[in-house]
Each structure stands twice: as structure tokens, then as C-alpha cells.
Design a protein around this ligand. Structure first.
Ligand code: UD1
Length: 441
């Protein structure tokens, strides 16, 4: 193929049919870690970020920050030391930033700290168009002059002024960006209809420790009283609720018994209530949850919603589990317009699953069969691992490097519970320019 290029990809080979049993720990939250890394730009001193997962997106964010003059070092097995006093550039490098949608989270901190920012506009991806209008609206309200030109969001504000911002949708990224910018603004900012995700609360706790004055994070109204400066701190990231839920789902789909420790169970409430509806026995401790599945998996209807609703980041995994339920389930995706990449891949494994508008109709089948499938994005990859664990025979998942974007070796965690998942590196040919087209969640 002319203009073709070979890129390294990772395949997972899963020998299905094993019951998963045992205990495992969830790693640090990838989404919280990325937001906190962006937030660390607001301080001039050193920040230590503990419990940062070894996920590829965290490495990608480190690479973006390094190119901007920030020094980032490992400071222990799961800690990062971020030193920002030589933050020179206000423009993350295009080639790196375009592969990481979360680099848009640098907009607010750069504006607050450098008075200007220039960020590649994220494109569409496999889960929807993912616009930035709410980020831009919020930062404009704080006094930033923002233009979208030549594929970049170019923002300037010699000094941000506190303001009231109403978000038409409780966007996680927009809430984070506006909250970070407001920390160093002049006066008080109020974010209404803010996102309430635990990752927002974690970021707010981090910023507060740095000296920010934030109230209401975790509710739909966040108030930020601007301060003159923030200091570097040591902070430990919350556990990854999506990884925890995926590991529990692995126990359920294989009719096993899995205990996931080092987590905050309240972050999983909507997921656990669905797992109970599906017939799993759930035991909740102070920092762990155990799910055991005897008997058939019951079908159930679900709609994804902003937190505390059922998370969109678990929708593909839920689809996989319900594909072997004893009846029909309807899963409605209300957060992202086209997060359905997994539907056709699950079909290849024998699932009876189809799309109607933004709803997935899953007619449970007695069993899945191993097949060659493709992980076009992170959560599709997690869903295919679950399906492969339950399937008869061998499943080969290509594009598994997308799973590494969000997890620190998810396969080893599965294998510690008795799964048989093997990684193998492979090469594939793509048209030049296609190699980085998958975005992150
Ligand atoms: C974050 C998470 C992602 C999760 C999502 C929803 C990170 C790095 N990623 O993504 O894993 O799936 O929250 O829980 O934390 N929208 C607009 N205009 C905007 C911004 C968003 O219309 O300016 C729309 C999006 O297209 C989408 C919805 O709002 O339909 C939710 O997006 P948002 O909450 O912003 O998700 P992210 O922050 O990108």
C-alpha cells in the first residue's frame, strides 16, 4: 500500500472458559491522575502524585508536559514528581497532543499560569464528536479571549476574572478546566450544573491542598474563590472505579467470585446496583467489594448518565456481560452519541446484539465463541476481554494497545484471578496518518 506504514500493535490471546476467583487490587484512577497532572501546572513548586497508574495515557500526558518544559520523574513504583518552574511553552506539541484528548485539560491551567494557551482542537473519534464548546464558553466567561483558528484553540487572558458559568451539560472536562482556571482568577467563580464525578472531587481536593479555595465539588454547584498562588504538594490519586468495576464484571461473566480491594466502594454504587439486579451477590467492605455469581445472569435495562448514574465508561463491559444473560436487556447510551464500536465486535463472538438509535438491544445467548476481534478503543477492549474470558475457545484481540491507555497491565490482574490471557506484539500496516487516530477516554 502506497504511503503505508508499519506500526507495532499488541494482541491479546485469551483461552476462555475459566472461572475467575480470588482477590486483586485496583490501580489509581487514570482520569483523575491526568486531570491532577494538568492541575500541577498551577503551582510553581514540586508536586508528587502518588498512586498514579502506569497507564499509557499517563505516560502520554507526561510526554506532553515534558515537551512544554516540565520535568517529570518517577518517584517510586507508582509516584510521579512534577516540577513546573521551567514551564516554558504554552502550546503542547501537536503530534503528541492530538493522540491525547485530555491534553485539552491544559487549557485552563495554562491560561491561569501563563495568560495564554494554544491547544490542538480535538477531532472526532470512535465514540462521538466530542466538542469543546462548554470549555470555551466557561473560560470566555472568566474573561479569556478565545479563537479557534488553524485547528487550534488559541486563548489569551492577562488576568482571569471570577464569573458565574452555567454548563448546558455537566461535562467532566469542562468542569475540570473551568475549576482549574478559576483557582487563580480574580474574585469568585460559580460553576452551575457542574459534573459530580469522583474525579472532579479528587481534583478539587488536590487543588485545595495546594491552597485553592473550592467549595461544593461533588455537587452541581462549585464555588471557587480565586487566590494569588498555589504551592506544590504530595497527593494520592483515588482508585480507578472503572478498572474495579471491570474486574468485578470478569468474576460475574465467568460465574466466579472476585474481590477487588483498595477501592472506594461508594464510587461504584450505580454499577453495584446493576450487578445485584443481574443476580450477583455483592459484599461491600470499607475498601473492597466482592461479587460472586451463581446461577444464570439476569437481564436488566440500563441507561448511562453523568455521575452518580451508570458510567458510560462501563457501558461496553456491561453489554458484554449481558450478552450471556438469560433474556433481553436494553442499554441506552445517553452521554456519548456513538459509543457502540463494541457491538459489531461482540457479534463476531456470537452475541445477539443490535443497535436501535442510541439503544443497544442485547438478546442473551447461552454462550459466546472465541474469535478474532479488534479493540478500536479502550473500553471496547475491556469489553472484549470480558467476552473472551467467558467464550468457548480462543479469542484474539488486536489493537490491545488501546487497553493499555487506561490500565496498568489489566491482563496480569485478570491472570492473577485464574484467567489465561497472553500478550503478543504484532505489526500491522496502516495508511500514513492513520496511526494515531484513536482517542482516549
Ligand atoms: C471524561 C472521561 C471519560 C468519560 C467522560 C464521561 C477523562 C480523561 N475522560 O471525558 O472517560 O467517558 O468524562 O464520564 O476524564 N460535550 C460537549 N461540549 C463540551 C464538552 C463535552 O457537548 O465542551 C459533550 C461530549 O461530546 C459528550 C458529553 O458532553 O457527549 C460528555 O463529555 P465530557 O463529560 O466532557 O467527557 P470528557 O471530559 O471528554
Amino acid at each position: 500500500m502506497q504511503g503505508a506504514l508499519e506500526v507495532g500493535t499488541v494482541e491479546l490471546v485469551i483461552a476462555g472458559g475459566k472461572r475467575l476467583v480470588g482477590s486483586v487490587r485496583a490501580g489509581g484512577s487514570k482520569n483523575a491522575a491526568i486531570a491532577i497532572m494538568a492541575g500541577s501546572l498551577l503551582a510553581e513548586g514540586d508536586t508528587i502524585i502518588e498512586n498514579a497508574p502506569g497507564a499509557r495515557d499517563v505516560s502520554a500526558m507526561s510526554a506532553v508536559l515534558r515537551e512544554m518544559g516540565v520535568s517529570i520523574r518517577r518517584a517510586g513504583p507508582s509516584a510521579l514528581r512534577v516540577r513546573t518552574h521551567r514551564l516554558i511553552h504554552h502550546e503542547p506539541p501537536y503530534e503528541l497532543a492530538k493522540t491525547l484528548r485530555a491534553s485539552s485539560l491544559l487549557l485552563g491551567p495554562l491560561l491561569a499560569r501563563k495568560g495564554k494557551a494554544s491547544i490542538p482542537l480535538p477531532g472526532g473519534d470512535s465514540i462521538g464528536s466530542r466538542p469543546m464548546d462548554l470549555h470555551i464558553k466557561g473560560l470566555r466567561a472568566l474573561g479569556a479571549d478565545i479563537e479557534v483558528e488553524h485547528g487550534y484553540i488559541v486563548a489569551k487572558a492577562p488576568r482571569l476574572e471570577g464569573a458565574r458559568v452555567y454548563l448546558d451539560f455537566p461535562s467532566v472536562g469542562a468542569t475540570e478546566n473551568i475549576m482549574m482556571a478559576a483557582c487563580l482568577a480574580n474574585g469568585t467563580s460559580i460553576i452551575e450544573n457542574a459534573a459530580k464525578e469522583p474525579e472532579i472531587v479528587d481534583l478539587a481536593n488536590f487543588l485545595t491542598l495546594m491552597g485553592a479555595n473550592i467549595r461544593g465539588a461533588g455537587t452541581d454547584t462549585i464555588r471557587v474563590d480565586g487566590v494569588d498562588s498555589l504551592r506544590g504538594v504530595a497527593y494520592s490519586v483515588i482508585p480507578d472505579r472503572i478498572e474495579a468495576a471491570t474486574l468485578l464484571a470478569a468474576g460475574i461473566i465467568t460465574h466466579g467470585q472476585v474481590k477487588v480491594g483498595s477501592i472506594i466502594p461508594t464510587h461504584l454504587e450505580s454499577v453495584l446496583s446493576k450487578f445485584s439486579e443481574m443476580g450477583a451477590s455483592i459484599t461491600v467492605g470499607d475498601d473492597y467489594v466482592e461479587a460472586a455469581m451463581d446461577g444464570p445472569i439476569q437481564p436488566c435495562d440500563t441507561k448511562t448518565l453523568p455521575y452518580p448514574g451508570f458510567p458510560t465508561d462501563m457501558q461496553p463491559q456491561l453489554s458484554a456481560v449481558l450478552s450471556v444473560a438469560s433474556g433481553v436487556s436494553v442499554i441506552t447510551e445517553s452521554v456519548f452519541e456513538s459509543r457502540f464500536f463494541h457491538v459489531d465486535e461482540l457479534k463476531r463472538m456470537g452475541a445477539d446484539i443490535r443497535l436501535e438509535g442510541r439503544s443497544i438491544i442485547v438478546e442473551g445467548v447461552p454462550g459466546l465463541t472465541g474469535a478474532r476481534v479488534h479493540a478500536g478503543d479502550l473500553r471496547t477492549g475491556a469489553a472484549l476481554i470480558l467476552a473472551g474470558l467467558a467464550a468457548e475457545g480462543e479469542t484474539v484481540i488486536s489493537g490491545a494497545e488501546n487497553i493499555d491507555r487506561g490500565h496498568d497491565d489489566l491482563c496480569s490482574k485478570m491472570n492473577s484471578l485464574g484467567a489465561r490471557v497472553k500478550r503478543q506484539d504484532s505489526q500491522r500496516c496502516v495508511a500514513a496518518g492513520e496511526e494515531n487516530e484513536t482517542w482516549v477516554n
